[in-house]
Design a binder for this molecule. Structure first.
Ligand code: FAD
Length: 317
């Protein structure tokens, strides 16, 4: 079922969803299941599965380093299929521009269509670890809007090169990313919102936001988006702080601000167990306020371990 249909069915009550990361290759999918199991009691209508950029690995061959390009966390679509089958829940693969040609994207979308996956999240992807800026893949899309257009074309029965005439169109519901504190490369929030509007005009059905720790940023973002004519649902993304390193890492990687009260609370903690609890408490407060404001879904970035998400969900749902 489409995300938009889930929202319609919910009739204004706030839904619970979360996002998982494929395991590093060579690890068992059971680890994922062990972290999903405790969250199923909160009835997520859908679960997102991220896609990781490819990366360089260096293999020591008799003292000489051999540089190889590989994807350390493959399997997004397979994981979507296995979770959908095991839990009878909708799953949403994240589809990236980075690392994929348009042809490869088409094959992936055809797989999704055959698997009965009704939603896809269209994203540009970040720069690879060794790149300072995002470099488009040869034969791929430069921006997420290109992906949205490709998916929308498939929905209209138009495959690449227009070689196929079809009477069996896909009908993907398309999610895209939004940034309450603007995307790190955008010159201003207003410009970034214009780009978001372009994605929606091209066919995106809903937006999921980057994490934020101050709800005022989300509320202002939604207000500005509405003023700009973006009418689709805007789902807030919530991440509980879990380790001290997040204080530096999150602002550095995502260019987001952390509220001083949250920083102070983390700094007084004696160990990561206490910090994890601060993260849970903060996310509960955020979630309760967002829920009271009537957000359609609270979407949690689970990053592997789900004990903290369970504690939050128990307090909020
Ligand atoms: P875009 O919408 O293409 O925007 C990227 C930048 O380009 C923005 O600054 C925008 O303002 C600008 N821009 C857009 N269009 C144009 C244009 N036509 N001309 C000039 N500038 C333009 N990353 C992953 O690698 N895997 C994931 O699974 C993943 N999941 C995510 C889930 C969510 C909910 C979010 C919020 C992010 C996720 N990301 C993921 C991170 C995302 O890939 C990065 O933030 C990436 O840098 C931007 O992706 P985007 O889809 O927002 O890009």
């Amino acid at each position: 079922m489409k995300v938009t249909d889930h929202l319609e069915k919910a009739q204004g009550s706030t839904l619970f969803s979360f996002e998982i990361i494929p395991p590093v290759k060579g690890r068992s999918i059971q680890e994922l299941y062990d972290n999903i199991d405790p969250l199923m009691e909160f009835n997520p209508p859908f679960i997102d599965v991220t896609t990781s950029r490819e990366e360089y690995v260096y293999i020591d061959r008799d003292g000489l380093l051999d540089k190889k390009l590989t994807r350390m966390r493959p399997g997004t679509v397979g994981i979507c299929a296995s979770i959908k089958h095991k839990y009878n829940v909708d799953t949403i693969p994240h589809v990236l521009c980075g690392g994929f040609t348009k042809e490869e994207t088409e094959y992936l979308l055809v797989d999704c269509h055959y698997l009965g996956i009704d939603n896809v999240m269209a994203l540009r992807g970040d720069a690879m670890r060794e790149e300072q800026y995002f470099e488009p893949t040869k034969g791929g899309h430069d921006y997420a809007i290109g992906l949205v257009e490709q998916i929308q074309n498939l929905n209209n029965g138009t495959y690449l090169h227009e070689v196929i005439e079809t009477d069996n169109c896909a009908d993907f519901c398309i999610g895209v990313a939004g940034y309450p504190e603007k995307h790190l490369e955008a010159p201003s929030l207003k410009t970034d919102l214009k780009r978001l509007k372009e994605k929606v005009d091209a066919g995106a059905d809903y937006v999921v936001t980057q994490m934020f720790f101050d709800n005022a940023k989300y509320f202002q973002f939604v207000e500005q988006a509405r003023e700009m004519g973006i009418t689709v649902p805007i789902i807030p993304g919530i991440k509980p702080i879990a380790v001290r390193r997040h204080l530096q890492l999150l602002p550095q990687v995502f260019r987001i601000d952390l509220p001083q009260d949250l920083i102070d609370a983390v700094e007084t903690c004696k160990n990561n167990k206490e910090i994890r609890q601060v993260g849970i408490d903060w996310a509960i407060e955020q979630s309760l306020e967002l829920k009271a404001a009537g957000v359609p879904v609270l979407h949690y970035y689970s990053m592997g371990k789900s004990d903290n998400i369970k504690a939050i969900a128990r307090a909020v749902f």
